[in-house]
Ligand binder design. Structure first.
Ligand code: ATP
Length: 356
């Protein structure tokens, strides 16, 4: 038995001329919560459906638990599925909804009751067993949806934007609830979302998708801290991108000239003098200082062109000459006004080269 539970091997899917999935390679480990993250239309649902069997890839293979299931129908794959619209049966009670998957599998009555109640307890809904879906809040309905997916102890749990019909506060609560449940059960789960905050908060690993391809796979902090491409950096949180030329390189560090100013950037041996580089830095990694004396390494002087109060932070736009503007977010302990001269410090460790 390998430690991989789900594997996509070079799977591609076309709809007419559109390449919805382009040679996807993805290994999801046993007990792992993997999120497929990307903008609308990037192919997340198509990839998930290749795993469920609702879509057959044109090329490549899908393996679940070391078995090639590429041509196996959905009902033989032992999966639990949770959808955005809850998909509960309105004429059935909570109990009957959760019991349904056991009924169609002809589970004996006594064992079935025990299993349903145990699963309802797991999601703290045991006192609602006689309620109908219309008598429940959106969050409660989605918890019943989860219970119905988990009741027959599937090998894999697949969740397609399960929280997008809930309000913001409930969505946040449910993130932790789902993550906790998946951990406690030790089940392998695949989660589809276009919400980067949800992906970062919930996942063991995230596969970021763009235009049918997987751009990067990594833990939440890897994809946030070390995005490989402009697309990933931009999609996961706020970013500044600075375009420049490598003017010197010492192996570990490169000096990049950006609009006549010099910036030290970690290079890990990859820099060559004369190369065009795109350097990325997060707004909350930039320090904002008053102007005193001459700027030192990685300090640049500019003017606050705009500021926005965000409660826990202040969002500044700092103009560095006519063509360059940086977005900087600070905790607001020291404040600057629009029009004020300021110094920005871009710590070298927070600057990273990315590909276009
Ligand atoms: P969303 O977040 O909007 O659901 P997604 O990332 O899940 O998007 P998919 O649903 O996988 O994206 O769709 C990928 C592309 O394939 C889209 O351009 C979509 O219009 C197209 N597509 C998906 N299903 C079909 C289909 N059955 N027939 C034709 N085109 C399809």
């Amino acid at each position: 038995m390998s430690n991989v539970m789900i594997e996509l091997r070079d799977t591609s899917k076309r709809y007419g001329k559109l390449l919805a999935n382009d040679r996807l390679n993805l290994s999801i480990l046993r007990g792992e919560l993997m999120t497929l993250l990307g903008p609308s239309g990037c192919g997340k649902t198509t990839a998930l459906r290749c795993i469920t069997g609702q879509v057959t890839p044109d090329e490549g293979q899908v393996l679940i638990d070391d078995i090639d299931v590429t041509n196996l129908p959905t009902h033989k794959r032992e999966l639990g599925m949770v959808f955005q619209n809850f998909a509960l049966f309105p004429h059935m009670t909570v109990y009957q909804n959760v019991e349904f998957p056991l009924m169609i599998r002809n589970e004996p009555q006594a064992e079935s009751r025990e299993r349903v109640m145990e699963t309802l307890r797991l999601i703290r809904m045991e006192s609602y067993e006689k309620h109908y879906p219309r008598q429940l809040s959106g969050g409660q309905q989605q918890r019943v949806g989860l219970a119905r997916a988990l009741v027959y102890r599937p090998k894999v749990l697949l969740l397609d934007e399960p929280l997008s019909n809930l309000d913001a506060k409930l969505r946040e609560e449910m993130r932790f609830e789902i993550k906790d449940l998946v951990r406690r059960l030790g089940i392998t789960a695949v989660y589809v979302t276009h919400d980067q905050a949800e992906a970062l908060a919930m996942s063991d690993r995230v596969a970021v998708m763009n235009a049918g391809r997987i751009e990067q796979i990594g833990t939440p902090d890897e994809i946030y801290e070390c995005p490989h491409s402009r697309f990933v950096a931009d999609f996961i949180g706020l970013s500044n991108f600075l375009r420049g030329k490598v003017v010197s390189s010492s192996g570990e560090q490169a000096t990049v000239e950006i609009d006549g100013r010099l910036l030290i950037v970690p290079a890990a041996g990859a820099a060559q003098v004369g190369q065009d580089w795109l350097v990325f830095v997060r707004p909350n990694d930039i320090e904002l200082l008053p102007v005193t004396g001459e700027p030192i390494e990685n300090e640049l002087d500019g003017t606050v062109s705009k500021l926005t109060y965000l409660g826990d932070r202040i969002d500044y736009r700092v103009a560095l000459g006519s063509a360059l503007e940086l977005r900087v977010q600070t905790d607001g302990k020291v404040r600057f006004a629009a029009g004020e001269q300021v110094r920005v410090r871009l710590p070298p460790a927070s600057c990273r080269p990315v590909t276009e």
